[in-house]
Design a protein around this ligand. Structure first.
Ligand code: KIV
Length: 281
């Protein structure tokens, strides 16, 4: 089901069913106030966006994780703004109801607030995103403020920030409670409408959620966050290079694909496919 984001009335007082209403940034904030849990998954193309949206997910993140799960790179540092715009446009085309959030890739917002606004603007204008996401706590306040001042909704991202992988020396659980709480409060003050909290002990996920008024979207941050996000390739069993503890695999599509393609190859080689039903007479 979709996050409990409720039916709304139009200006004539007619109640419009939840399933047909697009999820908005204010819906995210309202969900936090109502105590409803938000669902979010990554998507990188129109077909997957259509499937995830149709299954009722509240928001789709065009994550720079596409560097790893789509492009086959070892991390997300090489992903470019042009690539993010392209994939965001595909996802926005496939999504009907879900909020579409585009990740700002490495070095597309760190240089200056002006650079951050210009690049966030391109993700909105050329990619058709509804909001952008960027990494970092106190160090990203100036970028967040500048983008929010341009009327572009920003989702924050604290805890394990994958774009910091070189400094961190790997993808590791983040435990500095004092700094992470200060990060959460700083980006909330700067104007984020929600924040991803990645790979922190559950107790810290709970404390961060209690400390802020905006929704927290956890990934490896425990069940007390307002919502949860996973990389869809992990959830569907399409990507096995990394197996973080926080991933729950709900399907085994990787093996299903291998099995289907092996069967196809065998049937072609043995002359079983195409058979009469697949031929034109
Ligand atoms: O890029 C991504 O997919 C992300 C999620 C892991 C939150 O940032």
């Amino acid at each position: 089901m979709s996050a409990g984001i409720r039916a709304r009335e139009n200006s004539c007082g007619i109640s419009i069913p939840r399933e047909t209403l697009p999820v908005t940034v204010p819906d995210f904030l309202a969900a936090r106030h109502r105590g409803t849990r938000l669902t979010m998954l990554t998507a990188y193309d129109a077909t997957m966006a259509r499937l995830l949206d149709g299954a009722g997910v509240d928001a789709l993140l065009v994550g720079d994780s596409l560097g790893m799960v789509v492009q086959g790179q070892p991390d997300c540092l090489g992903v470019t703004l042009e690539e993010m715009i392209y994939h965001t446009r595909l996802v926005a085309r496939g999504a009907r109801r879900s909020l579409v959030v585009a990740d700002m890739p490495f070095l597309s917002y760190q240089v200056s607030p002006q650079q951050a606004v210009e690049n966030a603007g391109r993700l909105i204008k050329e990619g058709n995103a509804h909001a952008v996401k960027l990494e970092g706590g106190q160090r990203s306040v100036a970028a967040i403020e500048a983008i929010v001042n341009a009327d572009i909704p920003v989702m924050g991202h604290i805890g394990l920030t994958p774009q910091s992988v070189r400094r961190l020396g790997g993808f590791r659980v983040q435990r500095d409670e004092e700094r992470l709480l200060a990060d959460a409060l700083a980006i909330e003050k700067a104007g984020v409408f929600a924040m991803v909290v990645e790979c922190v002990p559950s107790e810290l996920g709970r404390k961060i959620t209690a400390a802020v008024k905006v929704p927290t979207i956890g990934i490896g941050a425990g069940s007390d966050c307002t919502g949860q996000i996973l990389v869809s390739h992990d959830l569907l069993g399409l990507f096995n290079d990394l197996r973080p503890r926080f991933v729950k695999q709900y399907a085994d599509l990787g093996n299903d694909i291998t099995h289907a393609v092996e069967t196809y190859c065998r049937e072609v080689r043995e002359g079983q496919f195409p058979s009469a039903e697949h031929e034109f007479r």
